[in-house]
Design a protein around this ligand. Structure first.
Ligand code: ADE
Length: 264
């Protein structure tokens, strides 16, 4: 097991993560920048790597084998994964298999995971892991999207970073997390900074008005529009006020009758 935590001024029990991986070198770097580094340095997050190869007994440190019944690709053997997990598991652990067959990871999952004291993330490789890992070892199976990665390592980085930035103190401006995309079930409104005009494109006037209520209304409406155009599935689940609905109906109705296209 390789500790990846830096000593920090821990004030509360950190979220502990163990990543079970046969490629520990994959993680050289991604946890050393941004909110993940800050969370680790502040003692809010502790990340450790466990290599199933360290739990093999043969000279080649074999972690994979041919599939029974034939077929393409190698399968990760159960014993090294079981032993790796059992070497770090406690009654408080949640054991998660990362695979394209899992439940889709989203912002709600990140919020749920940040409450857990100990996550064990198992990174599959090759054709997959022996089914006994799925049926006897894990608590849940998670996918980061409908595509197949070479292994769960990139998924582990995604999940850890999504959790890290939710830990109070990991992101400089807490408000920035509160207004994130998905925070209110909607995509984020557009943001602008200087210069006021860039290559002929100007910043919306309302943002210079000094009228906080008008800015808030504009942001809400832009978030509603972006979500309606790009992710209508999210809009179905979001909590909308009667004013939100009226705005959407008016604006989208107008767009439809003008024959305008959705944003690219
Ligand atoms: N391993 C391979 N593909 C994956 C995916 N989409 N999500 C999580 N783990 C994976």
């Amino acid at each position: 097991m390789v500790p990846m935590s830096a000593p920090g001024d821990a004030v509360k029990t950190p979220v502990k993560v163990h990543i079970v991986t046969i490629f520990p070198e994959f993680f050289n770097g991604p946890f050393d920048c941004g909110p993940t580094r800050i969370a680790r340095e502040k003692g809010l997050l502790e990340i450790n790597l466990v290599n199933p190869r360290d739990f093999t007994t043969d000279a080649h440190r074999t972690v994979d084998d041919y599939p029974f019944g034939g077929g393409a690709g190698m399968v990760m053997k159960p014993e090294p994964i079981f032993l790796a997990v059992e070497s770090v598991r406690t009654p408080a652990s949640r054991v998660i298999l990362l695979s394209p067959q899992g439940e889709r990871f989203n912002q709600d999952t990140a919020h749920r995971f940040k409450q857990l004291p100990h996550l064990i993330l198992i990174c599959g490789r090759y054709k997959g892991v022996d089914e006994r890992v799925r049926t006897m070892l894990i608590d849940e199976e998670v996918s980061i999207g409908d595509y197949v990665l070479a292994g769960g390592e990139a998924a582990a980085v995604v999940i850890v970073e999504a959790i890290a930035r939710l830990l109070p103190g990991a992101v400089g401006d807490e408000d920035s997390v509160a207004t994130d995309s998905f925070a209110q079930g909607l995509l984020d409104a557009p943001v602008y900074t200087r210069p006021r005009e860039f290559r002929g494109a100007t910043v919306p006037e309302v943002l210079f008005s000094g009228n906080h209520a008008a800015v808030a209304t504009w942001r809400r409406q832009q978030a509603l529009l972006a979500t309606a155009r790009r992710r209508p599935d999210l809009l179905q689940k979001a909590t909308l006020t009667p004013l939100d609905r009226e705005f959407l109906q008016k604006t989208l109705g107008k767009e439809a009758s003008n024959g305008s296209q959705n944003e690219k």
